[in-house]
Design a protein. Structure first.
Length: 198
């Protein structure tokens, strides 16, 4: 585990790179939020992130988040960013403050039911496989995303807060750009259909 000082220096470097990228493309830097991910790291990573000033952390696996949450007093929002298997949905609803990887109508219905049983409304992001990567989860086309959105938007115990995609890992930045362009196009269509911002 690196020292907190090294962690803070790394964070500063990443934030400066984000600011430079925003300047280069004419985007406001406060429109980008960095989410530190603690996957495979000790619970101390959560404490480092909290100490640095991050309000939320991302975790890929439900069980890993459960363990870390029990080990740290840090008050952060826990966000599930990894694929959620149906048999882990109950634990995910109990553990996370938001699920960023809602990828099927069936999972949406399950989380809706479990959230209702827990007396909560679960914030979610709809996962779109906008890059068409066979290794990624999520709706692979707009029709699939629309079906997912129809179910999730109609679920009383889900709060759809937006969309999520993970472009294919590729040295060619055009691959990521095209995935995000596709996602933006899909988002605009959904906003038009549902009459609300995503």
């Amino acid at each position: 585990m690196i020292s907190y000082e090294e962690f803070a220096a790394n964070c500063q470097d990443v934030l400066e790179r984000i600011e430079q990228a925003c300047l280069a493309c004419g985007r406001k830097k406060d429109s980008v939020v960095l989410l530190p991910v603690t996957k495979t790291h000790l619970y101390l990573a959560v404490e480092y992130a909290h100490r640095y000033g991050f309000l939320a952390i991302g975790e890929n696996r439900v069980q890993e988040a459960v363990e870390k949450k029990g080990q740290t007093p840090a008050k952060v929002r826990w966000e599930l960013i990894g694929h959620l298997q149906s048999n882990k949905a109950k634990q995910a609803v109990a553990t996370f403050d938001r699920i960023q990887s809602l990828d099927s109508p069936e999972l949406a219905l399950r989380i809706d039911r479990l959230a209702g049983e827990s007396g909560k409304v679960m914030p979610v992001l709809l996962q779109a496989n906008a890059g068409g990567d066979p290794a990624k989860f999520g709706a692979a086309d707009f029709d699939g995303l629309l079906k997912l959105a129809d179910v999730a938007m109609g679920a009383p115990n889900l709060q759809v807060e937006g969309l999520m995609t993970i472009p294919a890992l590729d040295a060619d930045l055009e691959v990521a750009r095209m995935a995000f362009e596709t996602l933006r196009n899909w988002r605009e269509k959904l906003e038009s259909r549902f009459g609300r911002k995503l």
